[in-house]
Design a protein around this ligand. Structure first.
Ligand code: PEP
Length: 263
């Protein structure tokens, strides 16, 4: 006979990806509204990933608060003649704790290979930054039923180059490319299936690492679909683009993190 019980669920991580949006004034207003709204929320841990020039502003606005901040990319090199690149130590200098790696808006536009992304992932780790590795398939790949092969290859590149232990205490964000910025989020069934596949792939390479990696969902998360998505135990949080630019919507997404789960 099976029985169900209610347990308090662990906090979930909600990451704001501001992409190339913001100004000193707008950022200040947005962060003030975030901090005000987050006062009553204890279930969501929040990280804000901002354009590089605003990292210094985040050290002013967020030091001493519960909100952490990070960047949206990092160089695969430590330093040198790489015009336009920004190194991991530079992010650390401005208090960043997290960095998004391999977002499809970058990997598509700048033809980043899985190997290049893997090197950035390791560079972030080497400097004590938590990488948020984005993985996901295109619509064509989903329609062809090869989404697990695509996501598997993205993960396997890191495993092949650096071992499964590289995933310990990192973050993977499942971001189906067809869901990013389209208003068409994955269903919770689609997201859960892929999250299980991601954890299984990491576990096959390193069981301990699989127990510590957080797996987020990203792609048109809004206050309505967040309720269902964040209620799934396989989904450790959300990466939020468009709705992170509106404090009211972002706070509602954070409020969707459940207090309790039924197991
Ligand atoms: C993203 O930037 O990773 C993202 C998921 O964007 P949006 O929420 O706008 O789809």
């Amino acid at each position: 006979m099976s029985s169900t019980s209610i347990v308090s669920s662990p906090p979930k991580l909600v990451v704001a990806n501001w992409k190339m949006h913001g100004s000193l004034l707008r950022n200040q207003q947005l962060i003030e509204a975030y901090l005000q709204g987050l006062r009553s929320i204890t279930r969501a841990e929040v990280v804000v990933c901002v354009p590089y020039p605003y990292l210094a502003q985040m050290t002013d606005l967020l030091s001493g608060t519960s909100v952490a901040w990070g960047a949206q990319n990092v160089a695969k090199y430590e330093e040198g003649a790489y015009t336009g690149e920004v190194g991991a130590q530079m992010l650390k200098d401005f208090g960043a704790t997290h960095v998004i790696i391999g977002h499809s808006e970058r990997s598509t536009a700048y033809c980043e290979s899985d190997e290049n992304i893997a090197e950035k992932f390791m560079m972030a780790k080497r400097y004590g930054l938590t990488p948020i590795l984005c993985v996901g398939e295109t619509l064509l790949e989903r329609e062809a039923g090869v989404m697990e092969r695509v996501v598997g290859k993205q993960l396997e590149t890191i495993i092949r180059l650096f071992g499964g232990e590289a995933f310990a205490n990192t973050i993977v964000s499942y971001e189906p490319i067809w869901a990013i910025g389209t208003g068409l989020a994955a269903s919770s069934e689609q997201a859960v299936a892929m999250h299980e596949f991601i954890r299984h792939t990491v576990a096959t390479a390193d069981k301990t690492a699989a127990g510590t990696v957080k797996i987020l969902y990203g792609g048109s998360v809004n206050p309505q679909n967040a309720v269902q998505l964040l209620n799934q135990k396989e989904i450790d949080g959300a990466l939020v683009g468009r709705c992170s630019l509106d404090a009211e919507q972002f706070i509602k997404i954070c409020q969707a993190v459940p207090e309790n789960s039924v197991i």
